[in-house]
Design a protein around this ligand. Structure first.
Ligand SMILES: Cc1cc2nc3c(=O)[nH]c(=O)nc-3n(C[C@H](O)[C@H](O)[C@H](O)COP(=O)(O)OP(=O)(O)OC[C@H]3O[C@@H](n4cnc5c(N)ncnc54)[C@H](O)[C@@H]3O)c2cc1C
Length: 433
């Protein structure tokens, strides 16, 4: 079958092996020599070549909820359950995921493998902070139970482990209590990065913050969103799940140099209309992009790159200015740019991405060499400021950028925990094997 990452820039033919239960998988691993090398795959939302290899083990049939303890809020689920499915089942019972990324179409296995963060990193950290146990299948056919007490080094390597330490069969997650599915939300506009920083400071007590940024030739502007779980559960209808879709990949992308300015203007006008306070349903608040299914196809057959840079707190203002200036001075324009701040939290995984600082995620239509030249420049700026590039969004960073991002020592410790039967196109690019 043909597989790609969400950005559609990396494609590969791979043999698909669907995993439907652990005992059969273990037996097959012990008896069949042609099941490896392979890479686990969830719902294909990583942008680049992370879930690509000659053989792909899909978790999508591991879709059962195994246990739920109403008293502790700990749910044990198979790895192919999506975060959206969990939210839909548990929100009505007064529980929610403590951390969720910007799309609900991510599996539990995929969320752990990139130790995902959301709009509340400063208050709830990454998903790994809330994982109490993992069942991991190694390619020798052994099923291991990992936690902070059992196989703790392998546990820490598997959280944010890019799929390279084994196949996550199931995991236990501690959910948080909520009154209902509503968020007390507020949107404000800003006209400069200084204003963005003032709003950030002013919003330090809000659980969620995220901003959309428009990088114009001579200025920036944006919409700052903040919110908190509502303590009320008003009896009002949830928004309909009907969504529009980009049904196929058009031969020429809709999002290109000619349309990107108009797209940003449209988004700005829409954002301005929504300024002020509101009670928002969690779906449009957490997952605004999910309203358009397969929106990645709008970039056309060449796809697009996302670059997410994290600049540490002590260099955040300067680093952010430098990244924005690099985009302005290039021939590329970012179609969607998102700013998030990250807090001082524990890093549960050896390769957990967030440290305290600010992240800037930029989406660029793939125009070939000129786009990759800009990505390289953004990598350089990020590491010059002591920052890191997000591997879940990456399709093009070099081994040197990865090493500068995560540090040789962490990478050495991580390599010791890797499963020798697992590799991906990304691992070959970033780790040499
Ligand atoms: C619109 C959009 C918004 C996003 N927003 C955010 C965000 O706010 N924050 C954030 O942190 N990320 C974000 N992401 C990135 C996304 O959360 C991650 O890439 C996530 O890992 C994708 O999960 P998946 O199930 O699609 O996995 P895939 O893309 O299929 O795989 C991703 C990685 O997980 C590994 N993996 C998958 N299943 C297993 C398993 N069972 N066992 C072991 N390894 C496994 C794969 O080998 C691969 O390394 C976003 C992505 C999109 C498309």
């Amino acid at each position: 079958m043909k597989f790609s990452g969400w950005g559609l820039t990396n494609r590969a033919d791979a043999r698909l092996v669907t995993i439907s239960d652990a005992p059969t998988f273990a037996k097959a691993l012990k008896n069949a020599s042609n099941l490896t090398p392979a890479i686990p795959r969830g719902n294909g939302r990583a942008y680049g070549d992370q879930a690509l290899s000659d053989t792909v083990w899909s978790s999508r049939r591991l879709d059962h909820i195994l246990d739920f303890n109403e008293r502790t809020g700990v749910v044990t689920v198979e790895a192919g359950v999506t975060l959206g499915e969990l939210q839909a089942i548990f929100m009505p019972r007064g529980f929610a995921l403590p951390v969720t990324p910007g799309t609900q179409f991510v599996t539990v296995g995929g969320a752990i493998a990139n130790d995902v963060h959301g709009k509340n990193h400063h208050s709830h950290g990454t998903i790994g902070e809330h994982i109490t146990a993992i069942e991991l299948m190694r390619t020798d056919g052994t099923l291991l139970s990992l936690s902070k007490l059992w196989h703790r080094d392998l546990f820490a390597a598997t959280i944010g482990g890019l799929g390279l330490t084994g196949f996550i069969v199931s995991a236990s997650i501690k959910l948080k209590k909520v009154a209902g599915p509503w968020i007390d939300a507020e949107s404000l506009s800003f006209g400069s990065l200084d204003e963005f920083w003032s709003l950030t400071q002013e919003s330090s007590s809000n659980e969620y913050t995220v901003s959309w940024l428009d990088i114009k030739r001579n200025a920036v502007r944006g919409i700052f969103n903040r919110g908190d779980d509502s303590t009320d559960n008003p009896d009002r209808p949830a928004p309909s799940d009907r969504s529009v879709s980009v049904p196929f990949t058009p031969p020429i992308g809709f999002i290109n140099g000619l349309t990107v300015g108009a797209l940003a203007e449209g988004y700005w006008q829409l954002g301005k209309r929504g300024l002020g306070r509101t009670v928002a349903h969690y779906k449009p608040f957490f997952y605004p992009l999910d309203a358009i299914k397969h929106w990645n196809r709008a970039y056309g057959p060449r796809g697009f790159y996302q670059h997410q840079a994290l600049i540490p707190a002590d260099a955040a203002r300067e680093g952010l200015e430098a990244l924005v200036a690099a985009v302005r001075n290039s021939s590329e324009r970012s179609a969607v740019s998102v700013l998030k701040t990250t807090g001082k939290r524990k890093r549960p995984g050896l390769l957990t991405y967030p440290i305290e600082g600010v992240t800037l995620a930029l989406d660029f239509a793939n125009r070939g060499d000129s786009t990759r030249k800009l990505l390289k420049r953004l990598d350089e700026i990020t590491t010059e400021f002591g920052g890191r590039v997000n591997p879940s969004k990456d399709a093009a960073m070099s081994q040197e950028t990865f090493a500068a991002s995560f540090g040789e020592d962490a990478i050495r410790k991580f390599n010791k925990q890797r499963d020798p039967g697992i590799s991906s196109a990304q691992s070959k690019r970033l780790l040499g094997k």
